[in-house]
Design a protein. Structure first.
Length: 394
């Protein structure tokens, strides 16, 4: 079948990357893997309130079809209660329910961009953005995050990257995988920049609740500067990615906000994507988030403490400052001698049975960056990090 049958936006290189091939071969040979890339909370040993979750999903009201483009009012009110607990006032009218934050991105891209328009995205950051943008015929333009005893937005480069077709700026709060929050002064400057240039802010806050510091970072959900779209969902908030429940909150100047909400309602009406059981269960699921989050925060802190303990006993490796989220970024100096982070990662897998992510997956600029997840079982993490550091020093 000729490739001309298919849209050019799907002309991806579908061949598995070298690490995927090496991992498949490793497992096919029956060799063990200490997986330091685990991101699925449902397989990491956390305890869920199964009776409450299953009961919420069996609500008899789910048998009735009550389509609302934005989602059921009771579910949108549950989202507003989540923000109220953080001290942010959000109106149900500003909330649109989606099946995932990926779908919420597609709604925003379709709302803001004609084919070929641009959206600015941080670098390093999560690789899913490339696929989300390509599927909506949107062009991504990178703006760098700089590291100097912590991460910050390079506003000079951000401003230089803004071209006439730029429609919005994505800020991931906290960023994945670097774990840096958008600081209050950065939020102010970002608001000023986007207001002056007539651009929107697209704020991805899926990891917002997982701050390592005691003071609670502010959400963009009540932002009153430029037109702002805030995305989140229970995949990370409640550790329930399989429930497919997320949302999009619109804020900003009244006139622009009302126009955006009206247009988003038509987009959402075209898909009507979140299921009735998920909508009726949303309040219960969100109310149960604290037990899961307490477990996860404890796991993250324990693994981070273990990482720091092991790093303190050797030289040549370091971790970068992390303020929140589920990941840590390591710098392994001797990895540069391997020629690339991919070569080092595959050698680590073959020699030490440990899986980490190479930095180029996330657009790190140099080959000595590696990403590990902090949510895996502590015994796996402890042994995996020990093997990484031994391998790095050999």
């Amino acid at each position: 079948m000729g490739k001309n049958l298919f849209a050019s936006r799907t002309n991806w290189d579908l061949a598995p990357n070298r690490l995927s091939v090496a991992l498949a071969e490793h497992r096919a040979a029956g060799k063990p893997v200490l997986d330091l890339t685990m991101s699925n909370p449902t397989v990491c040993g956390f305890t869920y309130d199964s009776p409450a979750i299953l009961a919420a999903l069996s609500n008899p009201l789910s048998l009735a079809y009550e389509p609302d483009p934005r989602g059921l009012l009771t579910a949108r009110e549950a989202v507003c209660e989540y923000y109220a607990a953080r001290g942010d006032r959000v109106s149900p009218d500003s909330v649109v329910l989606t099946a995932s934050t990926s779908e919420a991105y597609s709604f925003v891209f379709r709302l803001l961009c004609n084919a070929g328009d641009e959206v600015l995205v941080p670098q390093p950051s999560y690789p899913l953005f490339d696929f989300l943008a390509e599927l909506q015929d949107v062009r991504l333009v990178r703006y760098p995050l700089l590291y100097d005893h912590g991460w910050q937005i390079d506003f000079h480069s951000l401003e230089q990257a803004i071209a006439p077709r730029a429609r919005g700026v994505i800020v991931v709060h906290p960023n994945n995988p670097t774990g840096n929050f958008c600081k209050p002064q950065e939020m102010v400057r970002l608001n000023e920049l986007c207001s002056a240039r007539g651009m929107a802010i697209i704020a991805d806050e899926v990891f917002l609740d997982y701050a390592l510091r005691k003071d609670r970072p502010s959400s963009f959900a009540a932002n009153v500067g430029p037109l702002t779209f805030t995305l989140s969902g229970i995949s990370k908030i409640c550790g329930l990615p399989q429930m497919k429940a997320a949302w999009l909150v619109t804020s900003g100047p009244d006139a622009a906000k009302l126009e955006a909400q009206a247009r988003l309602e038509v987009i959402a009406d075209t898909f009507l994507s979140m299921s009735a059981p998920a909508q009726h269960a949303l309040r219960v699921l969100l109310q149960g988030r604290r037990s899961f989050q307490d477990q996860l925060r404890g796991r993250i802190q324990q693994n981070l403490d273990e990482l720091d303990r092991q790093l303190a006993a050797q030289t040549g490796a370091m971790r970068l400052v992390v303020e929140g989220g589920w990941c840590a970024v390591l710098r392994l100096r001797r990895a540069l001698a391997a020629g690339s982070d991919a070569v080092f990662t595959i050698a680590l897998l073959k020699s030490a049975d440990v899986l980490v992510h190479p930095g180029h997956f996330y657009d790190f600029a140099s080959d000595d960056h590696f990403v590990v997840s902090l949510i895996g079982p502590c015994d796996v993490f402890r042994e995996g990090i020990a093997r990484v550091l031994r391998f790095e020093q050999d």
